[in-house]
Design a protein around this ligand. Structure first.
Ligand SMILES: C[S@@+](CC[C@H](N)C(=O)[O-])C[C@H]1O[C@@H](n2cnc3c(N)ncnc32)[C@H](O)[C@@H]1O
Length: 203
């Protein structure tokens, strides 16, 4: 399948659609050299990765940190959509793989995005004091909540994309953490959810 996302339903401008397409072109160009996404998913890149990432975007104040951003999913998509909304939002992308971080800097330059790329491990950087933290395919929920405890402001929000096993992940995480969550059905995968989590405390 090579479906095109229904950007009109998001009220996205022509300029932003062009930027998302330019980003898709960069992923297609770089993926043969560095595995930004599985090559088998390139044909369906717009829905499987870009639309999937766009669904996490919401208007939020302050710092948005995307952890383990890889090829920029969802961080670069969030930065493009924030630019559309003219939000005063600072996007920080944390990615420990140096080649992927170089790709992210290329995205920043070529797409004219005011993002900060940190080519380090999430565990090694000083607290980011982020108001929003996203992560896609990075780690178990239990581990992500540990990252959030270090990098999220007290009243901040985590937005984690999780697959079919999300209920088990929540149950596992609840052994170590107290938190409030909402599971929003994914728009791209019937079994997946977007977990919105706040008020995180270690048990
Ligand atoms: C499975 S990929 C997912 C990438 C992207 N979020 C996506 O959905 O396509 C996980 C990424 O996290 C990075 N990563 C893994 N552990 C990390 C850590 N502790 N700190 C920073 N980045 C990390 C890896 O280099 C990899 O690019």
């Amino acid at each position: 399948m090579n479906a095109i996302p229904d950007w009109a339903s998001r009220n996205v401008s022509r300029e932003t659609v062009d930027k998302l397409q330019a980003y898709a072109a960069l992923i297609r160009k770089w993926t043969p050299k560095i595995n930004l996404v599985a090559k088998s998913t390139l044909a369906d890149l717009e829905v499987r990765h870009i639309w999937d990432s766009a669904q996490v975007f919401e208007e939020r104040p302050g710092v948005w940190a995307d952890l383990g951003t890889g090829g920029g999913l969802p961080g670069v998509v969030v930065a493009i959509l924030a630019q559309e909304q003219k939000r005063e939002m600072q996007c920080i992308l944390v990615e420990s793989d140096q080649r992927k971080a170089a790709f992210l800097r290329t995205c920043a330059r070529e797409l004219e995005l005011p993002i900060i790329v940190m080519a380090q491990r999430v565990e090694d950087i000083p607290p980011l004091c982020a108001h929003t933290i996203s992560a896609r395919a990075l780690a178990s929920l239990d581990m992500l909540l540990g990252f959030a405890q270090r990098h999220l402001t007290e009243d901040g929000l985590c937005i984690f994309q999780k697959g079919a096993q999300w209920r088990q992940e929540v149950a596992e995480a609840e052994k170590n953490w107290r938190f409030a969550y909402e599971a929003v059905p994914s728009k791209t995968d019937v079994e997946a959810v977007v977990l919105k989590i706040k008020d995180i405390q270690r048990v």
